[in-house]
Design a protein around this ligand. Structure first.
Ligand code: UDP
Length: 237
């Protein structure tokens, strides 16, 4: 497959056309942003770690019956994925309070929920990704009722699979964000990435944060956290 023109450059990834209109190439950058784009920086080695980790997790989910955009890893940073139109919803699943859940509802981080919570944000940088519910998403025609129901069920299933996967690696999956996309024929698939940029990971023994919060909160040890997560997933591979 041949790489063609740059189609889109986001905060953490670039997307290139290929010679086949059904596929694009994603290229992961080391760039990082936080606090609604106000904080910018770079996390050395992040692009390669996020690329490899996302692909491993997408493959694992695919084997468990979750349709994904993943096609094939090309290199350290580059992967072929199915071309999709991203549904403009950020789907956030939480098992433990943290981040905006804790600040919005005035609770401490670390409250373990009896059941996972699921919320949607409207993926819209100009509006700062506002929280929205099903009926708002329907009113805005961001997705149909059937699509929303399917996305919710799929995200909760992904949570069960990933929670168990990470616990085997002594990691608590605190929360994460998923994005879904639609292929040309209208099929919904899991898209975007699953990485320390988009998940909160806490060491199950020490509680140590092993994700982008170390960057967001200037905690130091950012690169070390990403490479520790890579070690937990890949071991010596
Ligand atoms: N998240 C993300 N992109 C966003 C917002 C959130 O990947 O634009 C992830 C974040 O890494 C965390 C989860 O979604 O794992 C929940 O994030 P939260 O709503 O607490 O917001 P944050 O504090 O991360 O801005």
């Amino acid at each position: 497959m041949e790489k063609r023109e740059l189609l889109y450059e986001g905060k953490a990834k670039k997307v290139y056309a290929t010679d086949d209109p059904a596929f694009v190439i994603v290229s992961y950058k080391d760039d990082a942003t936080a606090l609604d784009g106000l904080k910018k920086g770079s996390i050395l080695g992040k692009g390669a770690i996020n690329n490899r980790m996302t692909n491993r997790l997408m493959q694992l989910l695919g084997e468990q019956g979750i349709p994904t955009h993943f096609v094939r890893e090309l290199s350290d940073r580059e992967t072929v994925v199915r071309k999709v139109r991203i549904v403009p919803l950020e789907v956030i699943v939480r098992n433990i309070s943290a981040g905006h859940f804790a600040s919005r509802y005035g609770v401490a981080e670390g409250m373990v929920f009896d059941e996972p919570t699921l919320e949607f944000s409207y993926k819209n940088d100009d509006l700062h990704d506002p929280l929205l519910n099903d009926s708002h998403a329907l009113a805005l025609k961001l997705a149909t009722r059937e699509e929303i129901d399917w996305i919710r069920a799929c995200a909760l299933r992904v949570n069960e699979l990933l929670k168990a996967y990470f616990l085997e690696r002594n990691i608590r999956l605190v929360d994460f964000k998923l994005e879904f996309g639609k292929t040309a024929d209208g099929t919904l698939v899991l898209a975007d990435e699953i990485s320390p940029d988009t998940c909160r990971f806490w060491d199950a023994t020490t509680g140590e944060k092993l994700d982008k919060d170390r960057f967001r909160r200037d905690m130091g040890g950012v690169e070390e956290a990403y490479s520790e997560m890579s070690k937990r997933v890949f071991g010596g591979e």
